[in-house]
Design a protein around this ligand. Sequence first.
Ligand code: DGL
Length: 278
Amino acid sequence: MVIEKSAYQPIGIFDSGYGGLTVFRAIVEELPPYDYLYLGDNARTPYGNRSFETVYHYTLQCVRYLFQRGCRLVILACNTASAKALRGIQQRDLPEIDPARRVLGVIRPSAEVIGQYTQTGSAGILATNGTVASQSYPIETGHFYPDLKVYQQACPMWVPLVENHEFDKPGADYFIRENLAQLFAQSSEIDTILLGCTHYPLLMDKIRQYAPAGCTILSQGEIVAKSLADYLHRHPEMERNCSKNGSRTFLTTDDSALFDRQAKIFLGNPVISAQVDL
Ligand code: DGL
């Protein structure tokens, strides 16, 4: 693989679609000076119900593309990709592609902090089928909080609701009520919920409406942004190599006009993206 070296070395942020923009937004707020390159694989979203092999293949393809566009550091702002592809990319692919490049995910930073929020010692994870089936959250939280009780609930309809701009419509209420009831049927002790899918913060108002009063609901944007700031602080060799012209560039594998309309809702600012062929 030939990777061009240039002065433009943005931080890459990847998601299957729009969800990673919730992480992008928080990262840019926390660390404004850097250049950022966002890639949404909208043509193949959602990843949540796809096989391990498919998610791995798609994610690796997107990571390689971001490397080719100059990124030395890529954040998988997608739990499904972090659950199914991150470990393999870090261990098998990076040493061969370029050992000096890095790919980081969103599950570990979230697992690191979740135990700080619960009083009852019981936390709920809402995520895609793929993330739940991977058991990544129970495994990762177990490293930091061995006594924490973790209950997971897959919400397979939530990403399509967001991707199809139905997240604030009455149809969303049914699925949110239903999946929250399924989570709390597992344990009434849960007092903290992590939105373990980067699309879900768009549903926050409705989640708050149907979750028990007093329940803490965590979304990942700020958690991942703080963790990235800490990573860059601890890795000056990487930090030095991230270019700092404050640029934000958006790429999508599907129609860019559609991406721009949807991304504006996620970010609150106008977006002009480009369509790319991987
Ligand atoms: N934003 C992705 C996540 O965090 C959504 C996955 C999907 O495409 O289904 O899991």
